[in-house]
Design a protein around this ligand. Structure first.
Ligand SMILES: Cc1cc2nc3c(=O)[nH]c(=O)nc-3n(C[C@H](O)[C@H](O)[C@H](O)COP(=O)(O)O)c2cc1C
Length: 125
């Protein structure tokens, strides 16, 4: 299993690291090319997510023989953040167990993944 995460405010990082400890592997970060920090970043991120933008991103390639890619991602405006959209496109939904983390809502476009495990409304600080 390979575990990946994208994060803006570290929630998904904490969850991914917890899972990595459990499964005895490394949590690998997906780093997007656009900075969405701060209040303006929140608004820009929401708009980019709604318009289904795909941001370039960098990450360590999945292992060649890997069967499951666990992807821990925030939900942005009911959808994937732009860098995560790129990651999913590059690696294929059929290989991904999606773990969308949100304050209250579930991801809308959820077909085609190996599995979707929603993490909604928890306090992971
Ligand atoms: C641009 C943006 C849009 C968001 N949209 C939603 C949403 O539609 N529904 C929801 O429940 N939470 C939404 N959130 C909250 C995040 O999904 C939630 O806080 C998540 O745990 C953040 O993960 P992170 O700390 O790893 O970045 C949004 C956050 C951001 C930054």
């Amino acid at each position: 299993m390979n575990i990946y995460y994208y994060t803006r405010t570290n929630t998904c990082e904490r969850i991914a690291h917890g899972l990595a400890e459990k499964y005895q592997c490394q949590a690998r970060q997906i780093i997007g090319s656009i900075d969405y920090s701060g209040k303006t970043g929140f608004i820009r991120g929401g708009k980019a997510s709604i318009s289904k933008r795909e941001d370039p991103c960098i990450y360590k390639r999945p292992d060649e023989d890997v069967k499951n890619i666990l992807l821990v991602t925030p939900v942005w405006a009911g959808a994937l953040p732009p860098a995560v959209r790129t990651f999913v496109k590059e690696n294929g939904r059929e290989n991904i167990i999606l773990v969308p983390v949100s304050k209250g809502s579930k991801i809308k476009d959820r077909d085609g993944y190996k599995k979707v495990i929603d993490v909604v409304g928890g306090d992971y600080k």
